[in-house]
Ligand binder design. Structure first.
Ligand code: OSB
Ligand code: MG
Length: 369
C-alpha cells in the first residue's frame, strides 16, 4: 500500500446528555480522527480513547502523542502490504492500543475502499443486521434512570445496561427490576469493587441479570475467578481483556463466561478477530462494547459486529443518542426492532461528512513519509 500522507485531527463535540460511570462524568467528547491517503483513496479511523486516563491509561492527548510521534512514523517507514500487517509492525510499541487501533482500522477501511468492497465482507462477517442494546450512565436520581430506561425500551432496544458504583448498586438494580420485570438487564461496574464486596454480588444474583460487566480491578483476572465461582450471574470482562491471550486465560481459568470486545482496547481488527475466535472455540459469546464513539468509530463497530460470534446485543446504538449531529452520512439509526441494518457501500459503508468534520475540528496535523 503506497501511503502518501496521514492526517491526524482532533474534533470536539458536546454529548446530548452527560454520561457517568464509576470513574467519572463526560459531557463533551474530544475525539481523534485519522485519515490515510493512498492513490486517490482515503481511509478513516477514530481513536476511542476517552478525554482522561480513567477507563484505561489512554487519553485524547496521549493518543495524539503516540500516533504523531510513534505509530504513524512507524507505519510510514514500514512497507505495509495490507492492513493485516499493521498489528505486527506496531507490536514493538507497548500498550496504547486505542492509538494503534485508530490507524489500523483506517487502513482496513482504506483497503476495502480500494477494492470497492464492504469492510464487513473482507472481515468475514456474516450478519446483515446487528442487535442493539444501550448503556445508561449513572443518573442524579433513580426516577431519572427509570425514565431513561422506559424511553430506550420503547424505542426497541433489546438489552439495557446500567452503570453501577458503590452507593448506586443493589437498591438501584432492585428498583429497575421491580419496574421492568422482564427486560434483558445487565450492569457494568467499571472496576469499582473488590472481593470484599462479594456479598453484594451474591445478592445481585436474585435479579436475573444477563451478566455483570467488569466488577473487579481493570488489571485483574485471578480475583474474578473467585468471584465467578461464588455467584450464578455470568461475569463479562471488558477492561481486563487486552488481547487474545488475556481472553484465553480468562475463559480457561473461569474468570468470565462472556467477553465484551472493543476495537480500541485490543488495538484493532486483527486482535479483535483473534479474541472473537478464542471465544468462539470455547462457546463463549462476545458482544461489541462502545466508547461513546462518533460516526467513524461507530461504523467500524458495526462492521466488526457482523462476525458470527457477536451473538449478544452490543452497546452500539443510534448516533442521535450521543450527538445532535454526527460526522457521517447517513447517521447510525436503529429500527423499531432494535437492530442496525448493515450497509453494503465500500469500506465502513458510511460517508464521512467532511463539512461537519471541518466544523468541529480543533487541530489538524499532516504527516508524510
Ligand atoms: O465500560 O463499556 C464501558 C463508555 C465509556 C467508557 C467505558 C464504557 C462506556 C459505555 C458506553 O458503557 C458505551 C456506549 O454507549 O458507547
Ligand atoms: Mg464496560
Amino acid at each position: 500500500m503506497k501511503l502518501e500522507q496521514i492526517e491526524l485531527r482532533e474534533i470536539q463535540m458536546p454529548l446530548v446528555s452527560f454520561f457517568e460511570t464509576s470513574f467519572g462524568r463526560t459531557t463533551e467528547r474530544r475525539i481523534l480522527l485519522v485519515r490515510v491517503f493512498s492513490e486517490g483513496v482515503v481511509g478513516y479511523g477514530e481513536a476511542t480513547s476517552p478525554e482522561g486516563p480513567f477507563y484505561n491509561h489512554e487519553s485524547t492527548g496521549t493518543a495524539w502523542h503516540i500516533l504523531r510521534d510513534f505509530v504513524i512514523p512507524c507505519i510510514l517507514q514500514a512497507s505495509v502490504q495490507g492492513p493485516a500487517d499493521v498489528a505486527a509492525i506496531l507490536k514493538p510499541i507497548r500498550g496504547h492500543s486505542m492509538a494503534k487501533a485508530a490507524l489500523e482500522t483506517a487502513l482496513w477501511d482504506l483497503h476495502a475502499r480500494k477494492l470497492e468492497r464492504p469492510l464487513h465482507e473482507l472481515l468475514g462477517g456474516s450478519q446483515h443486521s446487528i442487535e442493539c442494546g444501550v448503556s445508561i450512565g449513572i443518573q442524579e436520581t433513580i426516577g431519572d434512570l427509570l425514565k431513561k430506561i422506559e424511553k430506550e425500551v420503547n424505542a426497541g432496544y433489546r438489552r439495557i445496561k446500567i452503570k453501577i458504583k458503590p452507593g448506586w448498586d443493589l437498591e438501584t438494580v432492585r428498583e429497575v427490576r421491580r419496574h421492568f420485570p422482564t427486560i434483558r438487564l445487565m450492569c457494568d461496574a467499571n472496576s469499582a469493587y473488590t472481593l470484599r464486596d462479594i456479598d453484594l454480588f451474591k445478592r445481585l444474583d436474585q435479579f436475573n441479570l444477563l451478566m455483570i460487566e467488569q466488577p473487579l480491578a481493570w488489571n485483574d483476572i485471578i480475583d474474578h475467578v473467585q468471584l465467578q465461582k461464588a455467584i450464578q450471574t455470568p461475569i463479562c470482562l471488558d477492561e481486563s481483556i487486552l488481547d487474545a491471550e488475556d481472553a484465553r486465560k480468562a475463559v480457561d481459568s473461569g474468570a468470565c463466561r462472556i467477553i465484551n470486545i472493543k476495537l480500541g482496547r485490543v488495538a484493532g481488527y486483527t486482535e479483535a478477530k483473534k479474541v472473537h475466535d478464542v471465544c468462539a472455540a470455547r462457546s463463549i459469546p462476545v458482544w461489541c462494547g462502545g466508547m461513546l464513539e462518533a460516526g467513524i468509530g461507530r461504523a467500524h463497530n458495526i462492521a466488526m459486529s457482523t462476525l458470527q460470534n457477536f451473538c449478544l446485543p452490543g452497546d452500539v446504538s443510534a448516533s442521535r443518542r450521543y450527538f445532535h449531529c454526527d460526522i457521517i452520512d447517513p447517521e447510525v439509526e436503529v429500527d423499531s426492532q432494535g437492530r442496525i441494518q448493515v450497509l453494503d457501500g465500500p469500506g465502513i459503508g458510511f460517508a464521512p461528512n467532511l463539512k461537519r468534520i471541518e466544523a468541529v475540528t480543533i487541530r489538524t496535523e499532516i504527516l508524510r513519509g
